[in-house]
Structures are given as structure tokens and as C-alpha cells.
Ligand binder design. Sequence first.
Ligand SMILES: [Zn+2]
Length: 263
Amino acid sequence: MLKNLVTELIGMVLATTPVASQSTGSADAGLIDDLVAANRILADQGVLDGFGHVSVRHDKDPSCFLLARSMAPALVTAADIMEFDLDGNPTDARGRTAYLERFIHSEIYKAHPKVQAVVHSHSPAVIPFGVVGVALRPVFHLGGFLGTGVPVFEIRDTGGEATDMLVRNRELGAALAKTLGAAPVALMRGHGDVVVGQSVAEAVFRAIYTEVNARLESEALQLGQGQVVFLNEAEARQAAETNSAQVGRPWELWKAKALAGGC
Ligand SMILES: [Zn+2]
């Protein structure tokens, strides 16, 4: 009798549980918090300003990812985080507007299954390296991850001579993802860069140190009149390995600073 009652109650609960708008279920709250923190950190560190965005692959469904609605990253809260499929379609829009360049994220997640987080920015110090044919290379140990080479995406190859420079469709996103290949960073000529990682913290670390390395490399090239001793391949690889185990330390500092006094 009691057993029947319990079974009946469970059945009633299940019948009244609302069906999610997608098959994945809700993303982990901690992951959403990390993504909100990443938005604030990258704005605080000068990598993102009113533009640019950061995303993370869904923890329960690798064919989905999370990205804020179209807004300034410094103002992002958990309520602004939307979910997208790998064609860049929102699965839970609820009236919110998506970023025009969400195809950067969707096509990179589609083409590169190991990538867990993506940052797209107009990181100012990297812009010169996309337009003058000077390679972005590791000038100090924290830029070691750049040692595998940094490709440059030329939008004209896919979009022709008259785009607005934005990666605003799947075709352009796929071309960018192809240019990126297995590299952690690709520059986008006349626009910015895209940085990937195996966690939100790693992508944030790389995005920040791509900006710092670019600034230092420009200074070193000027100071040394073009003569710069870069990290060699082994140094870059070893430094990158060491640093990838240390991303939690600066992450906590950047997060505390970015969220101080925030909501
Ligand atoms: Zn952009």
C-alpha cells in the first residue's frame, strides 16, 4: 500500500516536471560562475572592452556551448548566459540577442573536440602582428604556449574583398577554425585574435598573456632594432607545460580583483 503510494507520488512529480528546452539539462552552476568570472576578468585585464566574448563547452553535452547574450563582458551575470548548438543556434534564447560573431565559437568547438573554452578579443597589442607579417613568438616564459606557432586568419580568402571584417556566418567561422588548427591562438588580420584552452582558466590565461607577450615583443623589437632572442622550441614547450599546471594561481587573483565590489 505504502509502496504503491510512493510510486504514485513519484509518477505525479515526474509528470509535472517541466521538460527542458534542450536535451542537455542545465549546465553546472560552477561552470556558469567561471564563465561570468572570465568575462569580468578579461574586461578588467584590458583584453575585452565593450566588445569581444568568451565561451565554454557545455559540461553535459559536448555538442553545446555557453556564451553570454550580446552585451559588454564587464556587465555579464549568470542570467545573461545562453546555450548554443554547434551551428551557432541558441537553444534557450528567451528573447535574448546573440552575438553576431558566435560562429567563431560554434565552428571551433565543432572542428576541435578537445577545445573546452574560446576567447575572441580585439586585444590591442596583437593587432600589429596580424597586419605587418612579423610573427608573434614567445618573448618570455609566460608566452611559452605561443611556441607552436600563431597562424593569421585572412578573411578575404573566404569572404572576399568587401566584408565588415566580422565572422558573422558559419562559413567564415569554419575557415577561421581551419586556420587555427591545433594552435592555441590565431590572429585575425585587421580585427583581433581567437584563443582556445582546455578550461576557462587556461583560455583566460592564454588570452591575457597573448596580449602581454605581444606588447613585450613590440617593445623588444623596437629596443633591439629587430634583434630579439626568443624562447627556442624546447624552452617554449617546457615553459608552457609548467605554466599550464599553474593557471589556477593567477586565475584566483584576477577573479578576486575583477569581482571586487561587483554584484
Ligand atoms: Zn570581433
